[in-house]
Design a protein around this ligand. Sequence first.
Ligand code: PRP
Length: 185
Amino acid sequence: MREPVDGVSVLIDAKRLRDRIESLAREIEMVYDGLDLHLICVLKGATFFMVDLARALRCPVSLDFIGVSSYGGGARSSGIVRITKDLDISIEGRDVLIVEDIVDTGLTLAHMRELLMTREPRSLRVCALLDKREARLSSVPIDFVGFTIPNSFVVGYGLDYTERYRELPYVGVLEPSRYQGESSR
Ligand code: PRP
């Protein structure tokens, strides 16, 4: 068991994450009954979630990764997404599920959805582990949600603050004094 980390309080522990990912997998299988599912992981935060979700699914899956970053370099997402690592596999005609760790303003996801739709997948859905609904600026649809969370700065299970905390086995809230003056995520 990992020691508590200074400045981080547990919001969703490892067991709750495991249990919810199992039940999410069952929900997803019902929708894709008999189909091959193509998972697209949005780097880097969603990697832990994508790996655990892929292992929980009892249907055939293929995996790909996309890297995105917002223009401007500000603490807040600008909504204009630049691809830093494009997909390796064409999504044309595939049943695609975008796997996100968190949807905050929704601007990244809205732009990415629009972009991927131009590549003519057979279907395009979204699965987000964490939904920070209160922070939403774009009403992008999310088909599968793990947890709805409050508008706090969360880290762990893939989510970082300045590249720290990703390796924590739980999702925790970072004390405001640790990121003073920055965005809420
Ligand atoms: C996070 C997350 C989403 C985006 C959500 O990525 O993985 O892609 O922010 O924010 P939004 O809804 O306000 O647009 P981040 O930019 O932190 O990159 P990372 O996953 O590499 O840490």
